[in-house]
Design a protein around this ligand. Structure first.
Ligand SMILES: Cc1cc2nc3c(=O)[nH]c(=O)nc-3n(C[C@H](O)[C@H](O)[C@H](O)COP(=O)(O)OP(=O)(O)OC[C@H]3O[C@@H](n4cnc5c(N)ncnc54)[C@H](O)[C@@H]3O)c2cc1C
Length: 320
């Protein structure tokens, strides 16, 4: 049985979500008794690619053609499809991202494979091949059976915590015959936010809601974020009121985040807010109202006034 994992690169570095997918692939390979090949597309150093062995890759294919340096959905789908055909993969694993979502769908289409997104657990094999997926923005789970010979699974962020080892995987160049028409759309310029880690990539997020009372009161939240090295975020009304910039707005209609730590300061925890943050590994909620809905989603809750709690947390972080 051959498993194939798509490892997405950003500036030559394998994305954290892809490392989770590689580890998940290793676990699926263990269950099915097979190999866990990883295909990395784009520019990456040998050291970066070698790292994939530590996450459970048994072999790494590198499609490093200079034409593939900038992420191109059509071309990447053709490369992933070609790699699936050449390795005879029967399970293909990708990780959630805007690029991977598009590549996953096209690859599944090309291979006439059943595809399931937002997968949260390892497959169950007792009655065919079924997977659990998160639905309704994390409010429920569905069991889905895939009947096609080739199965494509798109893993939800933070669904699995990789355990690394010192295993190594050979890296081989992979050449796919990509049709010229696949390069019909070209990325000519990429503008990147500078300063802190962009929200979708952030590992630590400190976020504020209307309970912060006004833009002039944000300093205690910024101080905690700085002490932690965290990225700042906010609820929708906060950005609608222009208290904070729109790119900080998280939720159903905002940025989706999946940090290891999300600290919600004076945010009620409306379902639309939770939709964008409930993939966070640990959620800490600070709210004066013990009945605030956010406490139900929290791992740790502090019933208190943000203006008392935040300086104390900052001092504790600074004290180490
Ligand atoms: C279609 C649609 C899409 C939406 N999309 C989003 C979205 O993407 N993201 C989003 O965030 N919202 C979204 N919303 C809005 C959402 O429903 C809520 O209105 C919003 O999340 C509430 O923001 P809030 O928690 O900051 O404010 P509030 O609901 O006003 O809550 C403020 C909280 O702060 C607490 N508080 C007050 N003072 C203090 C203090 N001193 N210390 C500690 N706690 C204090 C209060 O107890 C309260 O729980 C959407 C709504 C709709 C209809």
């Amino acid at each position: 049985m051959s498993i194939l994992v798509f490892a997405e690169l950003a500036d030559g570095v394998v994305k954290k979500t892809s490392l989770e997918a590689v580890y998940y692939g290793a676990k699926v390979a263990e269950m099915l008794g097979g190999t866990n090949t990883v295909i990395a597309i784009g520019n990456a150093s040998e050291t970066e690619l070698a790292k994939l062995g530590n996450y459970g890759a048994t072999k790494v294919l590198h499609a490093g053609d200079s034409k593939l340096e900038s992420a191109n959905i059509m071309a990447y789908s053709e490369v992933l499809t070609a790699a699936a055909k050449s390795t005879g993969a029967t399970v293909i694993i990708t990780a959630k991202s805007s690029l991977a979502d598009a590549v996953t769908a096209r690859t599944a289409g090309a291979l006439k494979a059943g595809v399931v997104g937002n997968v949260t657990e390892l497959p169950k094999l007792d009655n065919g091949f079924s997977v659990t997926r998160s639905i309704f923005t994390g409010k429920a789970f569905a069991e889905t059976t895939i009947n096609t010979d080739i199965k494509v699974l798109a893993l939800k962020k933070n669904a699995i915590t990789p355990v690394t080892s010192d295993s190594a995987a050979p890296v081989e160049a992979f050449q796919a015959d990509v049709n010229d028409t696949a390069f019909g759309a070209k990325i000519t310029e990429t503008l990147k936010a500078t300063g802190t880690v962009p929200l979708p990539e952030a590992d630590l997020v400190v976020s504020g809601g209307r309970g912060m009372k006004g833009p002039e009161n944000w300093q205690p939240l910024l101080d905690l974020a700085e002490a932690l090295g965290a990225t700042t975020a906010c609820s929708k009304p906060v950005s609608d009121l222009d208290w904070r910039p729109h790119h900080e707005h998280v939720g159903q209609t905002g940025v989706k985040v999946s940090p290891n730590l999300y600290i919600a300061c004076g945010i009620s925890g409306a379902i639309q807010h939770l939709a964008g943050v409930n993939s966070s590994k640990v959620i800490v909620v600070i709210n004066t109202d013990p009945e605030a809905p956010f406490f139900k989603a929290a791992d740790y809750g502090i019933v208190g006034d943000v203006f008392d709690v935040l300086p104390k947390l900052t001092a504790a972080v600074k004290a180490g």
